[in-house]
Design a protein around this ligand. Structure first.
Ligand code: GLN
Length: 491
């Protein structure tokens, strides 16, 4: 079996034709071979993963049937794993071994998955390229001089390069969908409240969601089903039943109304990206979907609204890194407490995180709060209302995921505004709380992947999965293997 999906591995382990130990060993070998070129991981958990795989084999022999039985998975390094180093890409947490597991980690383990390591990301998930990681950037397996996107770049690289079949990331303004697009894999941000945030290192709490990476829509649906659901430890995790998302993949999208904002395919988008998205719309139509022109009049304010709300929340969330309770502490002999705080934060945080703390503190301060933060919250409401109006006439909305394919490493690092504009299509879904997915829909002439974004109604991940899977049945982009993944897991 070459390039097995999570579903393939699970079925083979359950059938006894493959052992979880062999699968895990092969993944670890792949990681060891390609990690020097790609730098997808911050921590590789070889020993715990092999030990865990052995216990899975025992359970498989006892005929236990679990949704991710023996499936190796990589987890973004801002998701807490008990006793396994969790840095969030920051020097501040360089030596942090969490005392507890995130809820999603517990659910992965209950589902029979094997965590093989923690993936690289922009510091505290702030960025669109992984270049803000304190541990160096990850590289795009389609062109190693280019970014894989971010902030969950390491997870996207690990899946695209076939080191693992599935991974978890987190998405606040695009951090699962944008790297998925730039690396040619599937990435989903669930509805806000679908997945527990307990144990996710907070960036902007009203936006953050954990989401799946995979090569197929089926695997994304499978993985979301495992991690979703109410959690008493997170009051924002909704008390809603979790459907069997994989059951939505019927291939039938006849009569589905697909909303398109024409201007989003005309202005500010690379022509090749727009062309691939237009072709994708044609594929959906050929399966019986109808296109509906819609308008999202406040979409052009989404970037400023996002960067006000997200920085405000970040400035509050990151106040906890004071060098006292856990994490990095600057060595300040004979200094007073205040100096210790200052030096800890000056040395522990990188430039982008500091920029956001300063911006966020500013927009929350007396005299500016009404002008910036409150205004941004009002714009957020308008953006949500735009979607509500659009969803009266459509079942999902299609846009490009990213206005360009993968940009070169270093190209935007000195120009924060240019970097923020990478998120122009991804920030409005989280501002409105809505689910959104990116699926591979083509390549540029340079051989770089292009992603198609679909945004759905609140709680309606099923329609996104159904449409994505139907599209996948008629296209082969998802099968393409990057040059750096010289051979599949090859089981
Ligand atoms: N690139 C966006 C930012 O820098 C989104 C990050 C994310 O979704 N975590 O804030």
């Amino acid at each position: 079996m070459s390039d097995p999906t999570a579903r393939d591995i699970r079925d083979a382990v359950a059938a006894g034709s493959l052992s979880a130990v062999d699968v895990c060993r092969t993944c670890l070998e792949r990681i060891a071979r390609d990690e020097p070129q790609l730098h997808a991981f911050l921590t590789i958990a070889s020993e715990p993963a092999m030990a865990r795989a052995a216990t899975i084999d025992a359970r498989a022999r006892a005929s236990e049937r679990l949704p991710l039985l023996g499936v190796p998975i990589a987890v973004k390094d801002n998701i807490s794993t008990r006793g396994l180093r969790t840095t969030a890409g920051s020097r501040m947490l360089d030596a942090f071994d969490p005392p507890y597991d995130a809820t999603v980690v517990g659910r992965l383990e209950a589902a029979g998955a094997v965590i093989v390591g923690k993936t690289n990301c922009d510091e505290f998930a702030m960025g669109s390229s992984t270049e803000n990681s304190a541990y160096g950037a990850s590289r795009n397996p389609w062109a190693t001089d280019r970014t894989p996107g971010g902030s969950s770049g390491g997870s996207a690289v690990a899946v695209a390069s076939r080191m693992v079949p599935i991974a978890l990331g987190s998405d606040t303004g695009g951090s699962v969908r944008q790297p998925a697009a730039l690396c040619g894999v599937v990435g989903m941000k669930p509805s806000y409240g679908r997945v527990s945030r307990y144990g996710l290192i907070a960036f902007a709490s009203s936006l953050d969601q954990i989401g799946p990476f995979s090569r197929t829509v089926f695997d994304a649906a499978l993985l979301l089903g495992v991690i979703a659901g109410h959690d008493p430890a997170d009051s924002t995790a909704a008390r809603r039943p979790v459907p069997d998302f994989t059951a939505a993949l019927t291939g039938d999208i006849r009569g589905l109304r697909v909303g398109v904002v024409r201007s989003m395919l005309e202005e500010g988008v690379d022509a090749e990206v727009a062309g691939s998205v237009r072709d994708a719309l044609g594929v959906l139509q050929s399966r019986g979907a109808t296109l509906v022109d819609i308008d999202l009049p406040h979409a052009r304010f989404a970037i400023p609204a996002y960067y006000l709300v997200a920085t405000a929340e970040a400035s509050s969330n990151l106040a906890r890194y004071d060098g006292v309770r856990y994490g990095f502490r600057a060595s300040t002999t004979d200094a007073d407490l205040r100096t210790m705080y200052e030096q800890t934060r000056a040395q522990g945080f990188g430039a982008e995180v500091k920029r956001r703390i300063i911006l966020g503190t500013y927009v929350l301060s007396t005299g500016y709060y009404e002008a910036y933060y409150l205004k941004a919250q009002q714009v957020r409401t308008l953006i949500r209302q735009d979607y509500e109006a659009a969803f009266a006439r459509t079942d999902l909305i299609v846009t490009p995921t990213s206005p360009t394919a993968a940009f070169r490493l270093g190209e935007r690092i000195d120009d924060p505004l240019q970097m923020y504009l990478a998120d122009v299509f991804t920030v409005s879904a989280p501002l409105a709380g809505l689910p959104a997915v990116s699926i591979p829909c083509g390549f540029t002439r340079d051989g770089l992947p292009v992603g198609l974004q679909m945004v759905g109604r609140m709680w309606d991940e099923e329609t996104l999965f159904r449409a994505g899977d139907a599209y996948e049945r008629d296209t082969a982009w998802w099968k393409a293997r990057p040059p750096e993944a010289r051979e599949g897991i090859g089981l």
